[in-house]
Design a protein around this ligand. Structure first.
Ligand SMILES: *[C@@H]1O[C@H](CO)[C@@H](O)[C@H](O)[C@H]1NC(C)=O
Ligand SMILES: *[C@@H]1O[C@H](CO)[C@@H](O)[C@H](O)[C@H]1NC(C)=O
Ligand SMILES: *[C@@H]1O[C@H](CO)[C@@H](O)[C@H](O)[C@H]1NC(C)=O
Ligand SMILES: *[C@@H]1O[C@H](CO)[C@@H](O)[C@H](O)[C@H]1NC(C)=O
Length: 308
């Protein structure tokens, strides 16, 4: 009798063990950090009526309070364009909230003047870049689904809006389209000191799905709603470009090339007029450099480049 009882006890222990193992695997599969959508209202909205005048391309530029010089440079160069190849384009800036009332006041002033700022009440911090990007997607979803294409880029970028427009028109793919500098085989960096450190708790797997460098990616506007909608059910990552890639993978939207030749340069590129006529983005551009590139391009419109 005692023997049977012991056997039952063993069986019970074994069963509990299996259950524990099963549940621990379950939690490993689903990291508990999931983004909660903040239904907070916008602090600033830009002056653009997408319903009346649907833009072909909206450029959303992540920016921070201190980057006034960069915003001004963009407003006077590639962000100045309102019509390219007969297509309506619009450049807008994405901002969070600063602890400094001075900064909040001056960006409120700036927004009133230029009417090109989208702002919400989350702390403006590098590690909140994912929230900033999602704010942009939320804005497109609610206020500008009529746009044909959206670009997300940064404030230290050169963007050739004209060439991008040419390529988008030529590509002629208007839904479930996502392009940029594709990283198809990237992996999480586990070194704690790295800016891009991601713990095994945040992301347990060894590979990221394909994603595009956050320095500049472009998508058909339906993707904004789709990513925004699914973002709540994707484990939150502070690396915004990887996070968007995770959303895309869940939606089974795969980034594709815009052109047969490289056009997105997240690592920067040395300047020449002919080269910069045929690229979409170049990273690490200071406001002064941006002005000088722009001047050079404007002043050489008659220059013929060898077609290779
Ligand atoms: C910011 O603006 C508010 C109201 O517009 C004003 O009460 C406050 O004094 C301003 N703060 C600074 C630091 O200028
Ligand atoms: C991100 O924003 C939220 C909401 O404002 C804030 O609580 C959090 O501290 C911010 N994160 C960082 C790293 O600044
Ligand atoms: C663009 O694609 C659509 C079908 O998706 C087609 O009807 C149209 O003719 C194409 N336009 C150009 C300019 O290729
Ligand atoms: C948003 O997601 C839900 C389920 O997660 C789905 O039923 C709905 O169709 C989605 N909406 C859009 C616009 O994709």
């Amino acid at each position: 009798m005692a023997f049977v009882k012991m056997r039952l006890v063993y069986a019970f222990i074994l069963m509990m063990g299996v259950l524990c193992f099963y549940f621990s695997m379950e939690t490993f599969e689903e990291p508990p950090l999931v983004l909660k959508k903040g239904h907070k209202k916008f602090l600033q909205l830009p002056d653009i009526d997408c319903k009346q005048k649907p833009p072909f391309l909206v450029l959303l530029v992540t920016s921070s309070h201190k980057q006034l010089a960069a915003r001004m440079a963009i407003r006077k160069t590639w962000g100045r364009e309102s019509e390219v190849r007969g297509q309506r384009v619009k450049t807008l800036f994405l901002l969070g909230a600063s602890d400094s009332t001075d900064e909040m006041n001056s960006t409120a002033q700036e927004g009133k003047q230029h009417r090109d700022i989208i702002q919400k009440d989350f702390k403006d911090d590098y590690y909140n870049l994912t929230l900033k990007t999602l704010m942009g997607l939320e804005w497109v979803h609610h206020f500008c689904p009529q746009a044909a294409f959206v670009m997300k880029t940064d404030s230290d970028m050169f963007v050739n809006v004209g060439y991008l427009t040419d390529l988008l028109l030529k590509k002629n793919k208007t839904s479930r389209f996502f392009t940029g500098y594709i990283k198809s085989n990237d992996h999480p960096i586990r070194k704690k000191s790295s800016k891009w450190f991601v713990s095994k708790f945040e992301y347990p797997w060894d590979r990221y799905p394909p994603f595009c460098s956050g320095t500049g990616y472009v998508f058909s506007s339906d993707v904004a709603s789709k990513v925004y909608n699914i973002s709540e059910s994707v484990p939150f990552l502070k690396l915004e470009d990887v996070f968007v890639g995770l959303c895309l993978a869940k939606l089974k939207i795969w980034p594709e090339e815009l052109h047969t030749k490289p056009t997105f340069f997240p690592g920067g590129l040395s300047f020449s007029v002919c080269r910069f006529r045929k690229i979409v983005t170049c990273h690490s551009v200071t406001p002064q450099t941006l002005f000088s590139y722009w001047q050079a391009l404007e002043n050489s419109q008659k220059l013929n480049c060898p077609s290779v």
